[in-house]
Design a protein around this ligand. Structure first.
Ligand SMILES: *Cc1c(COP(=O)(O)O)cnc(C)c1O
Length: 378
């Protein structure tokens, strides 16, 4: 059997162990510590954020962002429907209700026009959502400006889920820094990884200070243990922050490699009937964290699932595009606005292997496997 090609495996830069060694040399094997402080500082330099808080996951970062945005039980929070469940789950953690909004076709992210309609309708009914979780999917920023303008007009907090978009640009700046808060993930499959971890960023120092307190069991300043609010154990380990620092050095190289993967696939597969690659919207720079395409079964003569299974038979991991949240059994009964764009992207969309360490022979193996399926039906 051929060696397995994974969708998005971890890719170490070589410098991670240097920082992890420092951790062991100082015996600072604990949550918090000098590596965490340095990682937060360096993350601010990379993204342009003023303040950052390293956490145990991106999901924890979103949970804290909602807790600090005055989202209460029975409040509504708007979120993109085309995303991973971790974008929406924290809304339910705080007892609020998600409202799912469909994608536009230029970036596959939240449709600002649909959002405008929705807010207008909700304002007329006298019941506005407390927050919007705006997802930047697959390495590409949503169209932030019109969404930020709507948030300002209606007094709604903008939280950016940039878990998949570290290294991307919106009008020259990092997504995640435009809203009240931005979150990132360092899960094993993301553009950089600490094996598991996340970051909360904000330009508001008080916001991050409060999040830092909540993430550290909400200890009040006192020599004994004093608590005046409910806390969480969400901080990042000093060991993992060492890995994160090593990974940050490789971020620019990873983006280069991911964009090279995309160019290779476009060159190798772009002429196939019914195949369309995820567009790069004019407002920014796509990292191509995952190379994603759609296959129109009418034109192609094969559907996405046939292609995925043919790749799997060659020991190549590919995945369908995210199944929209409004189609998930766990979110049945919550409001959804539109949904047809996301449904079509889910039906036809496929993510190809996109590791930043993919070799040319591996890219060729994936492309040939796809071409073989098309050749059999043409
Ligand atoms: C990965 C991911 C998350 C969650 O991050 P974790 O670190 O795995 O908790 C949230 N939102 C999106 C869009 C993601 O892809």
């Amino acid at each position: 059997m051929n060696k397995r090609i994974y969708l998005s495996p971890p890719h170490m830069s070589g410098r991670e162990q240097e920082f992890v060694q420092q951790v062991f040399a100082s015996n600072w094997i604990a949550p918090l510590g000098p590596q965490v402080d340095a990682f937060e500082k360096e993350f601010c330099q990379v993204t342009g954020a003023k303040h950052a808080l390293a956490l145990s996951s991106g999901t924890a970062a979103l949970h804290l962002a909602l807790l600090l945005s005055d989202v209460n039980p029975e409040d509504e929070v708007i979120v993109s429907t085309l995303t991973f469940a971790a974008s929406a789950n924290p809304i339910v953690y705080v007892g609020a209700r998600p409202v799912f909004i469909d994608s536009e076709t230029a970036s596959w992210n939240m449709d600002p026009a649909l959002l405008a309609d929705t807010l207008k309708r909700k304002a007329a009914n006298g019941r506005l959502p407390k927050a919007i979780i705006l997802v930047h999917l697959y390495g590409q920023s949503a169209d932030i400006d019109p969404i930020l303008a709507l948030c300002q007009e209606y007094g709604i907090t903008l939280i950016e889920d940039a878990a998949e978009a570290l290294g991307a640009a919106y009008k020259g700046k990092s997504p995640g820094i435009f809203g009240k808060a931005g979150i990132f993930s360092f899960n094993g499959n993301k553009i950089i990884t600490t094996s598991g971890g996340g970051m909360l960023i904000s330009n508001d120092g008080d916001f991050i200070a409060h999040a830092r307190k909540l993430a550290t069991q909400a200890r009040d300043p006192a020599p004994h243990y004093e608590h005046s609010e409910i806390g969480y154990n969400y901080r990042m380990s000093n060991v993992l922050a060492g890995i994160g620092r090593g990974q940050l050095f490789a971020l620019a190289d990873h983006v280069k490699s991911l964009r090279r993967n995309f160019d290779y696939y476009v060159e190798a597969l772009g002429d196939l009937p019914g195949v369309q690659f995820m567009p790069e919207a004019p407002w920014g720079r796509h990292t191509r964290w995952l190379t994603t395409l759609t296959i129109d079964p009418q034109q192609a003569g094969v559907d996405r699932e046939t292609v995925r299974l043919a790749l799997e038979a060659q020991n190549i991991e590919a995945r369908p595009v995210w199944k929209p949240m409004h189609l998930q059994p766990v979110f049945a009964g919550y409001e959804a606005v539109g949904g047809q764009v996301a449904e079509k992207l889910f039906a036809d969309g496929l993510c190809l292997p996109s590791g930043s360490d993919l070799t040319e022979p591996e890219l060729a193996r994936v492309s040939n496997a796809v071409r073989t399926v098309f050749a059999q039906v043409q």
